[in-house]
Design a protein around this ligand. Structure first.
Ligand SMILES: Cc1ncc(COP(=O)(O)O)c(C=O)c1O
Length: 368
């Protein structure tokens, strides 16, 4: 083989890097599921089933300057985000999804061998980026209600700890972190990231504390509430010193012109988008009440646009596969602290109806 031996040049810790188990794209399932691709119900990646604002589609279709690089200083975008968040633009940096900001933050703080505290189970990309920069993830288990164990976090701090990562609401558990717990962790003085990807579904935020605490960073995204997951646009609120560094270490054009247009139009259509967020919250509650009635699933209360369920009979992987065969995509987990669990993103009412009907049928099969 021509490329034999090339691995010896690869960073040893990355030769067998596990990667991220990304959600499946419906087009890759063509012919493998019982329904046509366009009828697949995608409840596996916490996307917004209503799509983006129609203003975004129109403005993208009309946009004339695709041949020109975007403003690397993100000036207009940061001004718009200042208005949206109420936080001065000197604190704001945007990226290609909040994923990119997690990456940049860790690259800014973590040298090989440094430790990053990660409260598991949580968003898998945290561990991914810690390992990508050769940091050591220090995993602190959440309690039985999936709340962060503040005392255990403090106990896990060593001289090598560089960052503490928190998500609120947490993915995949949907758990909101009380502000008093965040304050206790901020009091450690270590750099703390609070990932608020699902903020618009709760209205609860620590954004007003940014700048008051020199160690607080808050991450947000347009992927969920504004339906822009495919465009890749997120942002963070940082102490100005950190924002300055991030603006210098980011790729100059990491936020593309389509994302700039999409944010501008989304922020002109907040009422419309938040109307859909409200509908999703109502659907989440409807779905939760219904799931609670099933004897073989145990749903956990969620403050986001998804519901985590323990699968009490039949196995999570099997359930995910049976749903997939029927054209319904959900996420399953089988890892420490998250054995036999599935996460269902909340869909449109008609999608949730099909899901509920299918779960009912599968449940009848279990009792046979
Ligand atoms: C907690 C959390 N943070 C960040 C992200 C990534 O968001 P983005 O699409 O902005 O990269 C997700 C996506 O699922 C998430 O659940």
């Amino acid at each position: 083989m021509a490329d034999e031996g090339i691995e010896k040049y690869i960073r040893p810790e990355l030769v067998n890097f596990g990667g991220y188990a990304a959600s499946k794209s419906p087009e890759t399932l063509e012919g493998k599921v019982a329904v046509p691709v366009e009828d697949i119900i995608k409840l596996d990646a916490n996307e917004n089933p209503y799509g983006c604002s129609p203003r975004v589609n129109q403005a993208l279709a009309d946009y004339p300057d695709i041949n020109i690089y975007p403003d690397s200083g993100q000036t207009e975008l940061r001004e718009q985000l200042q208005e949206y968040t109420g936080v001065d633009m000197r604190h704001i940096v945007a990226g290609a999804g909040s994923d990119q900001l997690i990456d940049l933050i860790l690259r800014l703080f973590v040298e090989p061998g440094d430790e990053v505290i990660n409260c598991i189970p949580t968003f898998a990309m945290f561990r991914f980026f810690i390992e990508l920069c050769s940091g050591t993830p220090v995993e602190v288990p959440r309690d039985e209600n999936f709340c962060v164990d503040v005392a255990a976090v403090k106990k896990a701090i060593t001289k090598k700890t560089k960052v503490i990562l928190l998500a609120s609401p947490n993915n995949p558990t949907g758990t909101l972190m009380p502000e008093e717990d965040i304050l206790k962790i901020l009091d450690t003085g270590l750099p703390v990231v609070v990932d608020e990807a699902y903020y618009e579904f709760t209205g609860k935020t620590v954004a007003p504390l940014v700048g008051k605490y020199k160690n607080l960073m808050v991450l947000r995204t347009f992927s969920k509430w504004a339906g822009l997951a495919g465009i890749r646009i997120g942002y963070g609120l940082f102490p100005t010193k950190i924002a300055d560094c991030l603006l210098r270490i980011k790729e100059p054009y990491c936020v593309n012109v389509a994302a700039l247009v999409a944010v501008r139009e989304s922020l002109k259509d907040i009422d419309y988008l938040m109307g859909r967020v409200k509908r999703l919250i109502a659907e989440r509650e409807r779905l939760f009440s219904w799931l609670k009635e099933l004897k073989w699933l145990k749903p956990y209360p969620s403050q986001a646009n998804f519901i985590l369920c323990s699968v009490l009979e039949g196995g999570a992987k099997e359930l995910q596969q049976k749903l997939e065969e029927r054209g319904i995509l959900v996420r399953y987990f089988d890892q420490p602290l998250l054995r036999d669990s599935i996460r269902i993103s909340v869909g449109r009412p008609e999608e949730n109806d099909i899901l509920m009907e299918t779960l009912k049928e599968l449940g009848e099969g279990l009792n046979d």
